[in-house]
Ligand binder design. Structure first.
Ligand code: HEC
Length: 502
């Protein structure tokens, strides 16, 4: 009996250790025989894990002393506990197991020597606590994952802010180094009412960068000290602000400010590098414009008939009516402003967001290039006797719905000053693909009726037409009247036609 015991203890270090077998004994119950994480990925994987590659000290420490608190492995976050194995496993076995793990299931990293394990064990003999991922990252940053933001520091402030506080007047309740280089408020989001700020460096090539910012509640993004995007008010995500910034090659200071008043929270910050289609997220949370979490349901006109979409469309009002015409001409008519507000070519609208259970917020037109024709701010054009549509208090216009022609083309109806205006639209190809708008006046208005055609900058202004940033607008029947940032049409003939070409 004695001899046998003596033999086994002596023999162990001398025997070649079978890493695969030991893995099956000591690790596979949790990490899975295939390394993908046991119980359907409930446990973190070792296959394809950035933690087991590179410097082996990380994994040695985890096996020796255990691991707890949140850890992100291969893009997924876990918050579990791995018990320490240091007492049960001698150095030789740990070396053999980790050598096996680093060279299995597609992992390609060098062997771990017994000496390496010995060194780590000696250096950490006094350690009683489990490791945390955050702690290990500071000691051994992941080699294969470049942090999106270098030198990132986070500042946390307590307080029920309803707008962005002046951070220079506040004292941070916590300041942390963020070695993962990701903007992430989640460890502070256990209670409402806080604000945060992050500062780090972004390495960029030269050229135009598109930044994206979205948040619940407010946020601000600064690049090299200049404000680039801002969400001022309390409210949900889905208010993405995009801004293109021309940057020189090199490191740029990024600063993000954020406040959460109450309820849900959210913060996404991304950047599209020059000529890149994908967004690189600088935040742990990805914004809605990234991988869409809803199925795409692209609405297209069928049987050569326009398709109508009545829902919240970004850039228009709550009662915006979207129309996708054959020939890839699309528009939104606002029943709140009684005017066409948006025009674009290409695809119409992806209804997937609204039509699935995630249907909240405003859906943008399915195009990058959208002409915004009239904004409410322009309605102060009332300096003369003509009734500027629709601001006059004397002749409050009323929306009377719309009709569809046998071909499915819409005509919107507005009642104003005792008369009716029929505002019809159709897609035409002759002489060139355009959207044709036909305005007809019915009845005798009590006063002159004018309507807003365009607000904002315009070029080449003539009585019968103008251009505005790639959009050509031509009129037959009547004349355009120009203000400094506005184009009006006086409805003096029973019919006027406006042709939009782009
Ligand atoms: C009782 C279950 C269990 C056992 C047994 C176990 N682990 Fe873990 N392991 C975990 C859990 C849970 C985590 C994540 C802990 C957290 O959430 O902080 C983890 C994390 C890890 C990580 C870092 C994250 C990753 O997925 O790469 C490594 C490396 C690791 N374990 C290696 C091993 C090795 C090697 C063994 C065998 C010697 C082993 N573990 C045994 C449960 C276990």
């Amino acid at each position: 009996m004695r001899t046998i015991l003596f033999l086994t203890t002596l023999a162990l270090p001398l025997m070649a250790q079978d890493g695969g077998q030991l893995y099956g004994l000591y690790c596979s119950a949790c990490h899975g025989a295939d390394g993908k994480g046991a119980t359907g990925g409930q446990f973190p994987p070792l296959a394809g894990s950035e933690w087991v590659l590179g410097n082996p000290d990380r994994s040695i420490k985890i096996v020796l002393h255990g691991l707890h608190q949140p850890i992100e492995v291969a893009g997924k976050t876990y918050n579990l506990e791995m018990p320490p194995q240091g007492a049960a496993l001698p150095d030789e076995q740990i070396a053999a197991i980790l050598t096996h793990v680093r060279a299995s299931w597609g992992n390609k990293a060098g062997a771990v020597s017994v000496n390496q394990v010995k060194k780590v064990r000696a250096a950490t003999t006094n350690r009683k606590e489990y490791w945390t991922a955050a702690e290990l990252l500071k000691l051994h940053p992941l080699e294969n994952v470049k942090p999106p933001l270098a030198n990132l520091i986070s500042y946390y402030y307590k307080g029920a802010f309803k707008s962005m506080p002046d951070f220079s007047q506040l004292k941070a309740a916590a300041v942390e180094e963020e070695p993962r280089g990701l903007i992430d408020y989640s460890s502070y989001a256990k209670t409402d009412s806080f604000a945060m700020m992050w500062e780090g460096d972004l390495l960029t090539p030269a050229g135009k960068h598109e930044f994206l910012l979205d948040s619940d509640d407010g946020s601000r993004l600064f690049v090299d000290g200049a404000i680039v995007a801002e969400i001022k008010t309390i409210g949900p995500t889905g208010r993405t602000v995009k801004k293109v910034v021309n940057l020189k090659e090199g490191l740029h200071k990024i600063r993000v400010e954020y406040f959460e008043f109450s309820g849900n929270e959210g913060l996404s910050v991304g950047v599209k590098f020059p000529k890149q289609r994908n967004i690189k997220w600088l935040s742990k949370e990805k914004g809605q414009t990234s991988a869409k979490s809803w199925p795409e349901i692209m609405l297209t006109p069928a049987d050569n008939r326009p398709v109508i979409y009545r829902n919240f469309i970004q850039g228009s009002t709550a009662r915006g009516i979207g129309v996708g015409f054959p020939g890839q001409k699309n528009m939104v008519y606002s029943a709140d402003h009684f005017s066409m507000e948006l025009l674009w070519g290409g695809n119409f609208i992806d209804a997937g967001h609204h039509w699935t259970d995630r249907g909240v917020g405003y859906e943008p037109p399915a195009s990058d290039k959208v002409f915004s024709l009239s904004k409410q701010t322009a309605y102060s054009f009332t300096s003369e006797s003509a009734t500027a549509w629709p601001a006059s208090s004397k002749a409050t216009p009323r929306f009377r719905g719309y009709q569809l022609s046998p071909q499915g083309n819409p005509t919107f109806m507005v009642e104003v000053a005792g008369a009716r205006v029929f505002d019809g639209y159709e897609s035409v190809t002759d002489p060139s693909p355009s959207l044709l708008r036909i305005l007809r006046l019915q009845g005798k208005p009590a006063q002159g009726i004018s309507l807003l055609i365009h607000s904002g900058a315009h070029e080449a202004a003539r009585p019968d037409g103008f251009t505005a940033g790639g959009l050509s607008v031509r009129l037959t029947g009547g004349t355009f009247r120009y203000g400094s940032n506005v184009v009006m049409l006086d409805l003096i003939t029973p019919e006027a036609q406006v042709r939009y070409t782009w």
